[in-house]
Each structure stands twice: as structure tokens, then as C-alpha cells.
Ligand binder design. Structure first.
Ligand SMILES: Cc1cc2nc3c(=O)[nH]c(=O)nc-3n(C[C@H](O)[C@H](O)[C@H](O)COP(=O)(O)OP(=O)(O)OC[C@H]3O[C@@H](n4cnc5c(N)ncnc54)[C@H](O)[C@@H]3O)c2cc1C
Length: 439
């Protein structure tokens, strides 16, 4: 096995490095932090999780649960580390982000086949095989090199982070612990709103001040991660039918669902750092402070991190790459992570596994065996690769799976369960039939 260059020591870069190193490749991993910071990373650690600390659901009848189960079959490295460093979050895989990134950094440092070089890469003039995994906040010079390489404008959109507060500063007489529909442990601290309180919040969001985007960049958000101000602009009730949905969160003191609910999720094991679920915003910090203090039970709230806005770039992968994220014009160049048009932490890690398999196949002089279409991974890769106008990043969801033709009267959960079973069987068969691809 030869050398592989990986640019970017984020989630995708670290997964790719471990996958390839375990297969005997000598990996050179370039990471620009701490010398060149990004607008979102706070530490010099590898695989830093920059916003929500959730790897989403662990349930097999959910898209993200199935995705992780398929990744386990393919021998994923980072999701098991996440499990080892999890925090209670009901059926979600919540992570202590400091413990997680420290554990990954140590794992990489200890691997005899990986050398980490802390410097920024500014061009695509690098030895191949290579993996570009520089994420949504790719360094400026490399971004420009990618624009030239693509021969067309690469795409971009904005994403926004939710604020985090000290959970202990929420009045315990107002907040209550519960998980939606009582599923699993009561891991969320819920802040109930009356109709009047909700309306006051909506009025405030409408009148607040917001950080401006650069004039030359049009604002484009990912539909599943819209800032609250964008939701509020769509209508007064959009927020309470979205992230503030009260259904299944009955207040134990009244026995009834409130008018609206704001959920807080633990972001550290100790549980005092809590993120506002679905409350990403680009409101100015002064306005955020005012808004957070007007939430029920939060007059003395301590804000630990404000929400922010950031640039989030991704490439026009269908034009640029083959189905396994290999550049069509530059043999040996691969893309992994958010930059390749998948959306989310787990999806980014998944794409790195695919790239590692593809590099392994090439090193054997063989074609990459197709990932079965009935799997979540196969469907997502299929989506990412299908040519379309206005290509937008995608996360795992059951809508991507081929229909099994037996929808009918069955409940959605039953359909998902049987699709998940079929997907896992297909993935296990894939692994069994292609032992040469695996360490
Ligand atoms: C502010 C923000 C909030 C987000 N919130 C969420 C969320 O809540 N949930 C979710 O699922 N996803 C979220 N995402 C998306 C998330 O970043 C990705 O899902 C995931 O981190 C992508 O993994 P990656 O490996 O592609 O990129 P990253 O994890 O960002 O890793 C890329 C790495 O490359 C390094 N790098 C960049 N350019 C260079 C260069 N030229 N040379 C060397 N190194 C370089 C960076 O320093 C970084 O360490 C968010 C992204 C951002 C930026």
C-alpha cells in the first residue's frame, strides 16, 4: 500500500485517515488549525464538533439510526468513539464534544501509519491519491483553487448556530425535564410558553437586529437547519409547528401540552452547558442576550455561547466527480465530508468511508463494487451524484430509499422498520462478498 495525502483533520479527514491507515496506507494528514483558525472551530483538536453535539437518533427505524448501523457494518471508526464519549440525550447519540475530539486526536496521534502536519494547504498541487476534506469552512486560497478547478462557480450557502446557555440558570420552577412522548430518559429541559409569551417572542424576533451577510454573497440556507428568523418570516405559527412544537411534551404540572416549547439539550456530560434545540440564529449578540432573558424562567440566564452565522461551501459534485467521489479530470483526487454535498456530521463521516473504499479498490487495480441502492448509504451517494440543476446538500432520510412498493396501509414506522432490515441485510452481504476491501 502506498502513501495517501489527506487535507483537513475534521470529521471526514480523520475517518478517512483511520480507515486508510488500518488498510496499510501511509497517511499524511494536513490540518491548518491552530495556525489558521476558522470562524467556528474553537480548539486545535482534530475532529472538532462545531455546533450541535448530536449525532442524531440511534433508532433503526430512523434515517440517521440506519445510517449509523450501516456504517458500523462497514467498520466505521468515529461513531464508536462518539458512543464511548456520549452524554444522555434520549434516543439521540449526544456527545461530549471535548472528550470526543480529544479521543480522536489521540487515536490519530498513536496510529503508526499516520503523520499529522499542522499546516494549511493552499492548492490542489498535491501528491495523489489525495482526499480533500476541508469542510464547509475551507481555507480561502484552497477555496479559490477549487473554484478554478471546477471551471464554474462552486456553490455555497449559509448555516447558523444556536446559542448555548447554562442550564442551571433556568428557573427550575418553570423548566421541566422530559423527552417527547416519554420515549427514553427525560433528557431534555423544556421551557413551556403560553400563547402570550410565544407572541412576545415572535414580535421580538421580527423586530431584532441581525448580522449582515456580505453583499456579494446571496443568502442560501439548508432547509432542515433554518434560522428562527427565517421561520418566523414564514408565519406566526411556523416556529411552534417546527422547533418549538409542544406535541408529546406535556407539562407534568398541568398534564397538558403547552402552547409552545423550547427544548434544551445537554452539550456536556455534566449537563450545565445546554444548547437551544433548533434555535440557530444570526441575530446580533446584544439582541440574543435580550431574547434569551425574556424566555420564561430565563430572566437570570447565563449565555455560554451565542449563535453565529458562517459560510458553508460545497462543490457541484455531480459535475465534478464519479459516484465514488473521485474527480473526473484529475485521477487520484477525491473529495469527502461536507464539501462533497452531504449534510451533517454523520453523513460527512460516511462519505469518508466511501472514499477509503474507493482508494482501496483502486490500489487493488479493481473497480469499486457498487454500494447497494437499497441501503441508506447507497441512496445518499446516489442522490449526491445525480446531476441536477441547483444541486443542494442532502442528509440521510427515508425518502431517498427506493420504494419497496408495499406502502399501502402500513404505518410509516413499519415501513421504515422493514426498509431498515432490508438495507442492513444488503450492507452485510456487500461486506461479505467483498472481503478484499476491508482490513
Ligand atoms: C458553524 C457550523 C455549524 C454546524 N452545525 C452543524 C450541526 O449542528 N449538525 C451537523 O450535523 N452539522 C453541522 N455543521 C456541518 C458540519 O461542519 C459538518 O457536518 C461536519 O463538521 C463536516 O465535516 P468535515 O470533515 O467535512 O468538515 P470539518 O469538520 O469542518 O473539518 C474540516 C477541517 O479542515 C480544516 N481545513 C480547512 N481548510 C484547510 C486547508 N486549506 N488546509 C488544511 N486544513 C484545512 C479545518 O480546520 C477543519 O479542521 C455545521 C458546520 C458549521 C461550520
Amino acid at each position: 500500500m502506498g502513501e495517501v495525502t489527506i487535507v483537513g483533520g475534521g470529521l471526514a479527514g480523520c475517518e478517512a485517515a483511520l480507515q486508510l491507515a488500518d488498510r496499510g496506507f501511509q497517511v499524511r494528514l494536513f490540518e491548518m488549525r491552530p495556525e489558521t483558525p476558522t470562524g467556528a472551530h474553537k480548539t486545535d483538536r482534530l475532529a472538532e464538533i462545531v455546533c450541535s453535539n448530536s449525532f442524531k437518533s440511534t433508532l433503526l427505524d430512523t434515517a440517521s439510526g440506519l445510517l449509523k448501523a450501516e456504517m458500523d457494518v462497514l467498520g466505521c471508526e468515529l461513531v464508536p468513539v462518539a458512543r464511548e464519549n456520549s452524554v444522555p440525550a434520549g434516543h439521540a447519540l449526544g456527545i461530549d464534544r471535548d472528550l470526543f475530539s480529544s479521543a480522536v486526536t489521540e487515536k490519530i496521534a498513536k496510529h503508526p501509519n499516520i503523520t499529522v502536519e499542522r499546516r494549511r494547504v493552499d492548492s490542489l498541487d498535491i501528491p495523489t491519491p489525495a482526499v480533500i476534506a476541508t469542510g464547509p469552512l475551507t481555507g480561502e486560497a484552497l477555496s479559490q483553487a477549487l473554484v478554478s478547478h471546477c471551471t464554474r462557480e462552486h456553490l455555497y450557502f449559509y448555516d447558523a448556530i444556536a446559542p448555548s446557555i447554562d442550564g442551571d440558570s433556568v428557573d427550575p420552577a418553570v423548566g421541566y425535564w422530559a423527552s417527547r412522548y416519554g420515549k427514553g430518559e427525560a433528557d431534555y429541559l423544556n421551557i413551556p410558553f403560553t400563547r402570550d409569551e410565544y407572541r412576545r417572542l415572535i414580535e421580538f424576533v421580527r423586530g431584532a437586529q441581525y448580522a449582515q451577510s456580505h453583499a456579494f454573497e446571496e443568502e442560501k440556507y439548508f432547509e432542515a437547519c433554518l434560522p428562527i428568523e427565517v421561520l418566523v418570516a414564514r408565519g406566526e405559527d411556523t416556529l411552534r409547528f417546527g422547533p418549538m412544537k409542544p406535541k408529546g411534551l406535556a407539562d407534568p404540572r398541568t398534564g397538558r401540552d403547552p402552547y409552545a416549547v423550547l427544548q434544551l439539550r445537554k452539550e456536556s456530560r455534566e449537563g450545565s452547558l445546554m444548547g437551544l434545540v433548533g434555535f440557530q440564529t444570526r441575530m446580533t449578540w446584544a439582541c440574543q442576550k435580550e431574547m434569551l432573558r425574556m424566555l420564561p424562567g430565563c430572566s437570570d440566564v447565563s449565555v455560554l455561547r451565542f449563535g453565529t452565522i458562517h459560510r458553508n461551501i460545497f462543490l457541484d459534485i455531480p459535475t465534478l466527480c464519479d459516484p465514488y467521489l473521485r474527480d473526473r479530470t484529475r485521477p487520484g483526487l477525491h473529495f469527502a465530508g461536507q464539501i462533497c454535498g452531504v449534510e451533517g456530521y454523520v453523513e460527512s463521516i460516511m462519505s469518508a468511508i466511501i472514499v477509503a473504499l474507493s482508494i482501496t479498490a483502486a490500489s487493488h487495480g479493481r473497480e469499486m463494487p457498487a454500494i447497494p441502492k437499497e441501503t441508506m448509504i447507497g441512496s445518499l451517494m446516489d442522490y449526491v451524484h445525480a446531476p441536477r440543476k441547483n444541486f443542494q446538500p442532502m442528509n440521510a432520510n427515508f425518502g431517498l430509499l427506493p420504494s419497496n412498493g408495499t406502502g399501502g396501509r402500513r404505518t410509516r414506522q413499519t415501513r421504515h422498520e422493514s426498509a431498515a432490515k432490508a438495507a442492513l441485510t444488503a450492507m452485510e452481504t456487500y461486506r461479505r462478498e467483498n472481503p478484499w476491501l476491508f482490513p
